[in-house]
Design a protein around this ligand. Sequence first.
Ligand SMILES: [Zn+2]
Length: 432
Amino acid sequence: MSTLLKNAMLCHLNPIQVEHGDLLIEGEKIAKIGDLGAIAAGEVIDCGGAVVLPGLVNGHTHLYSALAVGMPPPASPPTTFLEILERIWWKLDVALDAETVELSARVGAIDAARCGTTTLIDHHASPSYIPGSLDLIENGLRSVGLRGVLCYETTDRHGVAGRKQGLHENRRFIEKCRQSKDHRFAGLVGAHASFTLEDETLNQLTLLAAELDSGIHIHVAEDSCDERACRKQHGLPLMDRLARFGILNPRNLLAHCIHLDDTAIQRINDSQPSLAHNPRSNMNNAVGYAPLAKIDRVNVPVQLGTDGIGEDLFAEAHAAWLKSRDGVAGLAPVDVIEMLNASSRLATRLLGTPIGLLHPDAAADVVVTDYNPHTPCTTENFAGHFLFGMSSRFVKHVFVGGRAVLRDREIVSGEVNSALVQDAARRLWQRL
Ligand SMILES: [Zn+2]
């Protein structure tokens, strides 16, 4: 099967480069780009000069929150981050069962496909349904045709049995993905956050990641409570505790990293883990702003994630830009694009196929838009178009591994029956 995208404005993101031409997809890969003339292809799509992008990668998300849209608020409104967790998310995650884990992933995948997000780096929790939960998320993503880097959120919130099941689910899924050669799914070793992890658990997480030659995906300093709890319970700064258990290293992905003092920032800059920046979620939880201006973003990859507020990276990029302009960190527009590239590079490493590139031999994860700029669009100003002109409403067709997952804005496979999903969501909310 081959697809020829004709007459496109091909917009490379890594590095940014705008060129006019054609793109040929053969099988799961991009075969050729450039002025391809009248070559034969199974299908030809005339892009009408509109922007074509590589598929976007969500650098940190929680698909399990997909059925929380419109959920009734807790009787007593939370006033702190810890209360937000206790009264909302830790009530939701424990209410999830097999049906709603898979359905959340499928609903999230549909949202992602509509926004041109083709790979999701997910962090999952369903304490009442742990063994096999990552397979259900895989099923949900596969039904729509997307890729995923999944992990289970190991924590001590549910005792030794919960911890063991969490660790085992990570091991099982990573080993399973290694057997498969389709480059669609990979695993990381998931961990909640220092403040819900005992020393023994952190030790086991690190041992597991080392044994499997994998990385750890963990929340760090999302709220000041992480640092406070560490000093109170363990008598040392958060970064010292994380370093003691080998969490600060380039293989690991640290989400949020907001409450960092200068010493902590230096530890991050020296140890070079990947970070995930989630500006909309951070504003929603009123937890503050990550000190991006002080992060050595040349050596510390900073990924852009939605943290479960949908899967729309255009919207997240807009927020990242606006928040950075709101007096807190002087990012340039290209810095926001670079956050998307950082997610693509991690996905490339873990999935074992080039993601986020419009190059011959790269995975054919391609977003065809109907964004025809009204102003000149060049390599020099493309980031400005991405932030001020484009949005997910321009996403028209999406391919993942050469297969169409969105065609003329319609989901090709895995579409859900809204009435059935609403019924499942209603039952889920009743269990809260
Ligand atoms: Zn998160």
